[in-house]
Structure formats: C-alpha cells, structure tokens
Design a protein around this ligand. Structure first.
Ligand SMILES: *Cc1c(COP(=O)(O)O)cnc(C)c1O
Length: 368
C-alpha cells in the first residue's frame, strides 16, 4: 500500500464541484487582484475567530514580517522566538533589521520553554513570537504574563494551529496579532501561497493593510512605502469554500490522532505526542520520537509509507544562523530532538485502514 504524507488530491475531489465553481467565477469576473472574494473570506475568517480585523496577505511569512514592521520593530531591537520552527519565524525578524534570540523548547511539547525566556530578555527586547507548533498550543498564558510584565509585544505564529485553543480561547487571540499561513499543506490551505493577519487593534490593522499594499489604502494614495503582499482573488475563492469544512477537518485530525495514540501506545521505543491540559491540539502534524529515527524512516519508506521531519535542523543550528555563533549545547533539547523526531502521515481524509498500515509498519520495525 502507498500512503502519502498528505493527500491534497483526495480532499479536492471531495469538494470538487464547489471549488471548480468558485474558481470559474473568478475567471469569469477576471478580477484577479482585489476581487470581492477577498473581503468575503476576510469576513468569514473574522467571524470564525471572533476578531475585529482579518488582513489577507500573500503568505504566512509576510504576515509575520508585516506585523513586526508595523509594530515598529527594526534595527537595534531583539525578538525572542523558539529554537524549533520553520525558518519564517526567525528570518522575518532579521528582515526587519532586528536580531532573533532563540529559546530552547519544552521537552514534552516541543514548543518554546517559557521557563527559559526571562533570562534572554534585555533592554533591546521588543517582542516574543511563540509558535503553536504541530497544532499544539505553546504555553501561551505563561508567555503572555511574561510579555505583560516586561511590556513586550506578543505575536502568535499560528501557521500550524488553525483553530487550536487554550482554555476555550483560540490560537492567535492572546497576542496583539496572530499570523496564519494558508500554504496548501496547512490545516486550512489554499491552492498556492496565501496567509493572513488577525488583530483587534484598529490602528495596527490599518497599518498592516496599507503596508501590504504598497503603503496605500486607496490606489495612488501612498502614505508610506510598503510591499506587495496581497491575498490573491483565486486563493480567496478557494479558501471561501474550504473555510466551510475546516471545523470538520480539524475534528477528523483530532480523531485520527486518537487512533494513532491508541494503536501505538504499547510501542515502548517511541514517544507519542502529548496534549497540554486545557488545550485543543489540532494535529497539523503527528510527530513521534525515537532514537532509531533514520532506520524507522527507511523501513516505512520501503513499505510505501511517506514520512517527513519537522525539522531536521533546529533554527540556531542552521547554516543561515552560523553568524550568531550558537553551539548545539546552547539549545540541548531542540538539538537532540532534531535527530529523533519523525512526522507520520496525518490528514483529515486518511482512512483507518491506512493508519493501521502505518501503525503496523512502525510495530514491525520494532519487532512487535
Ligand atoms: C508554514 C509556516 C510559516 C510560513 O508560511 P508560508 O505561508 O509558507 O509563508 C511560518 N511559520 C510556521 C511555523 C510555518 O509552519
């Protein structure tokens, strides 16, 4: 049996009629930039999130960059973030002129360890960007308390945590802003690059909207210099259809994770994901850990099971950050885990039979 890591085709086929119709409407209107579908999606997402402002942008990386820039973060500033994430979280800090300051991860949840944050705060620190990694909430209440105490901006990178929650409050609703990616493989994915910013702050929202559109709210009225980072109409049309299914798809991910948890619980040589108390983990990724990671990956590959690693190199260990002079010992947990983590197939449409095959593959590797 061949099991893909994600299966976007099966999902497309399940909503093909609606998607094709939505795309055809865009073609027919020929409003490829700035079509009404964008406002429709922003309103829909705003009501799902109970948030005042949603600003559609070109991708989830720009979403972070735009928020940082519009909060006035730049040269001479420091921004604290996690040692384990996709590079977007850190590279956008650098792009503003500020310096990324990494903090090691919690050994059980893989998210930034709040107990290690305060020792990294200096006079130059302006903001903290926690990442709700794999769909798991970072310890957002503890992080928010630190931000409030030290007067720092809290920006939540929600690229992997659409509709994750802590204490009934959605990811992205704790900080001054939440940033989302709608990259195709994300829990809510477009059919190309797309992203958005959510915030309740009127002024920040207006600035972000302006900056993302060449510094203009109205054509030719450039109040500042900006960038070109608009959500395009076709992607908004796709997202409008998919937004109607996201709650069901999220629930399927959670029940698939429960199936994996139950079926794999007796495999002693792997560590399964845990879910923090009072939170909803939305399982963008189902990540397990084992000392025999590379051999397990090869065994599964030979059985037709695709896996992935998120991420094979912790951020401070990347060549891109060599200039910062970090050593692996500075981030012991993230550095050790980069060699032990493996993400197994997880998507709403994966069947019980497919998951059983994956679990049998893992068990056969450990001679169970
Ligand atoms: C995917 C991702 C991003 C970037 O999103 P793009 O839409 O690909 O630019 C940022 N942060 C994290 C944690 C991500 O997983």
């Amino acid at each position: 049996m061949n099991i893909p890591f994600v299966d976007l085709k099966t999902q497309y086929l399940s909503i093909k009629q609606e998607i094709d119709k939505a795309i055809f409407e865009v073609l027919n209107d020929a409003n490829f930039i700035g079509g009404e579908q964008i406002g429709d999606f922003e309103s829909k997402f705003a009501s799902l999130y109970g948030v005042k402002h949603v600003i559609g942008v070109a991708n989830g990386t720009d979403a972070i960059y735009i928020v940082l820039k519009m909060l006035g973060i730049g040269v001479g500033d420091e921004v604290i973030t996690t040692a384990s994430s996709w590079i977007s979280t850190a590279e956008t800090i650098t792009q503003t002129g500020a310096k990324p300051i990494f903090v090691d991860i919690d050994p059980e949840t893989y998210t930034i360890n709040p107990g290690l944050i305060e020792e990294k705060i200096t006079k130059r620190t302006k903001a903290i960007i926690p990442v709700h990694l794999y769909g798991q909430m970072a310890d957002i209440v503890a992080i928010k308390n630190i931000c409030d105490k030290h007067n720092l901006y809290l920006i939540e990178d929600c690229a992997q945590s659409h509709f994750s929650e802590e204490k009934g409050r959605l990811a992205g609703r704790y900080g001054v802003a939440g940033t989302f990616s709608f990259y195709p493989g994300k829990n809510l994915g477009a059919y190309g690059d797309a992203g958005c910013i959510i915030t309740d702050d009127d002024l920040l929202a207006e600035k972000c909207r302006m900056f993302a559109n060449h510094g203009a709210l109205k054509k030719h009225e450039h109040q500042i210099e900006g960038i070109n980072s608009r959500l395009d109409t076709l992607q908004a049309a796709v997202l409008n259809v998919k937004a109607n299914y996201i709650i069901n798809w999220t629930n399927s991910r959670i029940s698939n994770a429960t199936f994996y948890n139950t079926t794999l619980k007796n495999v002693e040589e792997i560590t399964l994901p845990i879910v923090r108390n009072n939170t909803k983990h939305t399982f963008h990724l189902y990540v397990i850990r084992t000392k025999k990671r590379d051999a397990l990956k090869e065994h599964l590959r030979s059985m037709g099971i695709q896996t992935a690693i998120h991420y094979p190199t912790a951020l401070p260990n990347l060549t891109a950050y060599k200039y910062l002079g970090h050593s692996r010992d500075d981030y012991p947990v993230a550095s050790r885990y980069q060699d032990e983590i493996i993400s197994i197939p997880m998507y709403p449409e994966i069947s019980k039979e497919q998951m059983e095959y994956v679990c049998n593959g893992i068990k056969s590797f450990f001679k169970l």
